[in-house]
Design a protein around this ligand. Structure first.
Ligand code: ADP
Length: 577
């Protein structure tokens, strides 16, 4: 029996434009590894990975949206190659398109509201077909694309049979709330009249607001980001404050099997015999040859979407300042996004050969090589809910230079902090002066203190960012709403859910005691929210409490988990609407 069903618009490697996919692709895998069968369901897009797999139809049905009947089927990936069941919902006419959110020209699909509402209804229609004792114990919804599900099961008569199942809503990015005008209200399934106010926020239908009000628990992807949402969340601040009792900040993990410098097939030179210096030097050499950089200068890279929230517009002028002053340093960027920024970078690549280069593309393999071969990775984000790049960089011995915001603050203590446990260089203000100063610190450290750089690399590569750390926290959330997600095979998985031997063997981060200390520190860092002990005593929303005691699936029920294949995933990317 599936214990947790993750419902999302993206899941790596099937459909990715960013971190949402990485997280939805990892959580079920690590829960399943720990004996708690979890699955993911996404729309069936017309994408390469999806076409390359075999799919078995497990359900066919139809839902009414926009005055018409939409036929759909739910299909399961035949080989179970991800190590957990992946389902897709095939809805002809809505998702059989080459993009996730945008058409190939970059324009967002104009019928996105209808697409998401249809997908969510289709998922619920499928769940209704399960015998009640076989239904998942938790519906875990991710971002605004699936945010209406907690509301639908509560207020839409067609789906109210599912109301006893606890719902969790995870916010990967509060900038995108999925709000739409009431003129599209007819797209929604019939609902109780009194439920209209739950959907409404500032005169529009706001799925994210509805989920914050109706989900049994709400999580965000770092503690600091949760705190920031209370201060600034595009109008939802008061709602976040009102609902604080059910909110949790849980930092993402990274898939240590995919991001493993010792076995990563996408990098030129893998880590051997723990020789970090060789590993970095050889990979840097490869990058320098490709991009025409000198090897005797620090290489500072940027990887990511070129959009305002990533703060990438700060980089052209900041880099020019170093280049014009003759500083010995090189700069590389990889990403796609706003035309203005892309054009700036293109022009600079022509203007400053040997100092600056840019790849305007989405290229998963190149991103791995850049993480492996750079000296520093810069993330000047305006907003950063969690950020995965800094964790990937650290895993590959690349020192992060980050703005003190969201998850970056939680994962990258500054090397200047008195406890000597720093992992990178941080700057506070979103300004060129602050960014220049941070880069200046990095460049002079590289030139004048190679021993410090080497020691820092060793330290950051040993930090354990794996999901095993994180799934224990999600279990705590599930428990707080009365869903006891229990390991079926290994009672010992209780503490933080150990991975199976196969995955463990591939993961060099498990042994040194030093690492555990570093990890502990991160977890304990900026607790802007009530402490976790307080949280476990937190009252559950009264409605949820009632439902829980009524009909919660018995915690002792055996989960007939099909033995998943432990094939390590391949790699690959996200953006929202
Ligand atoms: P966000 O989800 O906000 O874009 P995250 O840091 O959470 O940011 O995740 C970004 C993910 O997307 C990382 O896996 C990063 O390596 C990847 N990525 C972003 N842009 C590119 C690109 N142009 N080429 C390859 N990978 C990319």
């Amino acid at each position: 029996m599936i214990q947790v069903l993750h419902i999302s618009a993206e899941c790596y490697p099937a459909a990715k434009t960013g971190g949402l996919a990485d997280v939805v692709g990892s959580l079920p895998k690590y829960f399943t590894d720990a004996g708690m069968l979890s699955a993911a369901i996404i729309p069936k897009y017309s994408l390469k990975w999806i076409h390359s797999r075999d799919w078995v139809t497990v359900y066919s049905g139809s839902v009414w949206v926009n005055w018409r009947e939409r036929r759909f089927s739910v299909q399961q990936e035949a080989g179970n190659t991800l190590g957990y069941p992946l389902f897709v919902v095939d809805i002809p006419g809505l998702y059989d398109r080459p993009g996730i959110y945008n058409d190939p020209s970059g324009a967002p699909y104009s019928d996105e509201v209808e697409r998401y509402i249809t997908f969510q209804q289709a998922v619920l229609d499928w769940l209704l077909s399960f015998p009640w004792q076989e239904r998942p114990r938790v519906l875990h919804c991710h971002d605004h694309h699936t945010a209406l599900i907690p509301w639908m099961v509560k207020y839409c008569p067609a789906y109210q049979q599912l109301a006893p199942i606890p719902t969790v809503f995870t916010i990967h990015n509060g900038q995108y709330q999925g709000a739409f005008s009431w003129t599209n209200g007819h797209l929604l399934p019939p609902y109780e009249a009194a439920a209209r106010w739950v959907l409404d926020w500032n005169g529009a239908v706001n799925p994210m607001a509805a989920a914050i009000k109706t989900a049994w628990a709400v999580t965000t992807v770092s503690e600091t980001y949760l705190y920031e949402l209370h201060q600034n969340s595009l109008g939802l601040e008061q709602l976040f404050r009102d609902e604080w009792r059910k909110e949790w900040g849980i930092i993402n993990g990274i898939d240590a099997a995919v991001w493993d410098p010792a076995v990563d097939p996408m990098i030129q030179h893998r880590l051997e015999n723990d020789d970090i210096q060789q590993f970095k030097a050889k990979n840097k050499q490869a990058l320098c040859e490709w991009f025409g950089f000198p090897a005797d200068a620090p290489l500072i890279s940027y990887i990511g979407r070129m959009v305002g929230e990533k703060g990438v517009d700060l980089l052209p002028d900041t880099y020019r300042r170093f280049i014009y002053s003759g500083t010995k340093a090189c700069f590389l960027v990889l990403g796609t996004g706003e035309p203005w920024t892309q054009n700036q970078f293109r022009a600079m690549a022509h203007q400053f050969p040997g100092r600056f280069n840019a790849v305007i593309d989405y290229n998963e393999a190149l991103s791995h090589q850049i993480y492996a071969g750079s000296d520093f990775l810069i993330m000047p984000s305006r907003v950063e809910p969690c950020g995965l790049n800094q964790m990937y960089a650290m895993r590959y011995g690349t020192i992060p230079i980050v703005r003190s915001i969201g998850g970056l603050k939680d994962t990258v203590p500054d090397i200047g902090e008195p406890d000597g446990q720093g992992r990178g260089i941080r700057f506070d203000q979103f300004s060129m002066d602050d960014a220049v100063y941070a880069l200046h610190r990095a460049i002079s450290m590289w030139h004048s203190e190679p021993d410090v750089v080497a020691a820092l690399r060793r330290r950051i590569m040993a930090v354990d960012f794996s999901w095993e750390q994180t799934i224990g926290k999600y279990r705590k959330v599930y428990r707080s709403i009365g869903a006891h997600i229990d390991p079926v095979l290994e009672p010992a998985a209780e503490k933080t859910g150990p991975a199976p031997a196969s995955r463990k063997a591939a993961k060099p981060t498990e042994k040194p005691a030093k690492k555990a200390v570093l990890t502990e520190k991160t977890a304990a860092k900026p607790a802007k929210k009530p402490a976790e002990t307080e949280k476990s005593a937190t009252p559950i929303p009264p409605a949820a409490q009632k439902e829980k005691t009524k009909k919660l699936p018995a915690k002792t029920r055996p989960a007939a988990a099909p033995a998943p294949k432990k094939t390590g995933p391949k790699s690959d990317s996200r953006k929202k609407t």
